[in-house]
Ligand binder design. Sequence first.
Ligand code: UTP
Length: 293
Amino acid sequence: MPEIKEIKKAIFPIAGLGTRFLPLSKVVSKEFFPLADKPMIQYTIDEAVAFGIKKIVFIISPGQKGILEYFKKNPKLEKILKERKNEIFLNELEKIQEISKRISFSFVVQKEPLGDGQAILLAKNMINKEPTAVFFSDDIIDSEKSCLSQLNQLFKTSQAPIIALKKISPERRLFYGLVEAEKIASRIYKIKRIIEKPSEDTTLSELTVVGRYIITPEVFEYLKKVSPAKGGEIRLSGALAKMIKDGKIVYGYEIDGEWLECGNKLSWLKSHLYLSLKHKEFGPELKKYLKTL
Ligand code: UTP
């Protein structure tokens, strides 16, 4: 019986160019765009912390200081808020510090945007041959049981790589990676083929790849040898596709919950609206406001 390994680490690649958000992404990386009253990345970090991840490795671009500043204590600002007796705002800062106490963060710089797979490979030495969660922070899942917990349910017995999947309508399929897969149990699939952003036939499959994965140490070996995709990028999906070609098992798990995609302007605006309307403090007032428009 193979040793059962638990997931304690996560990789957050956030070094992409975010071209779909230009010109704003020239100055703010998309992971720091707001969703309701928090930056996008806060949602995925919260998911990782709630799951019990102990270490996050961020892959950042050169000069991308935002994430470091976000978690660093800011004594000067705290002093001013204390002097002004701004308890509410001090509490907001304290919440971020609480996260830093529960989890350790590491940062690796990806010098060139050579693809999400190349970014993930840069974390290899910090992962130490353990299974790892991968978060693409522009995909947020609003669900009762977190997306990673759902994937982990399958990982506990399979100990093989898992891709989060979601069924979507034909019009939306053009923009996402699809998979052809064999259903083997409720919500569980064996992936047969990964189709990157299908330009022609969207009837091939209704299952879309969502940006949440569990990867095994073997995936790093495949990331080292996989050929770049069109545009010269090394993609995680390419490495997983090569594994499947070589007869390895890669599972898909059809997740439960609302998939809030935030990778382009329209989907981000929709997700922002969704989460703002669900916000405990602001939601009711926003709903009233929308009715007046
Ligand atoms: P995306 O394709 O969603 O992000 O990559 P992008 O390339 O930044 O966006 P566009 O297509 O230009 O608008 C998925 C994840 O992988 C990271 C991104 O930051 C995102 O979180 N990524 C992508 C890297 O870290 N490095 C890369 O070279 C490419």
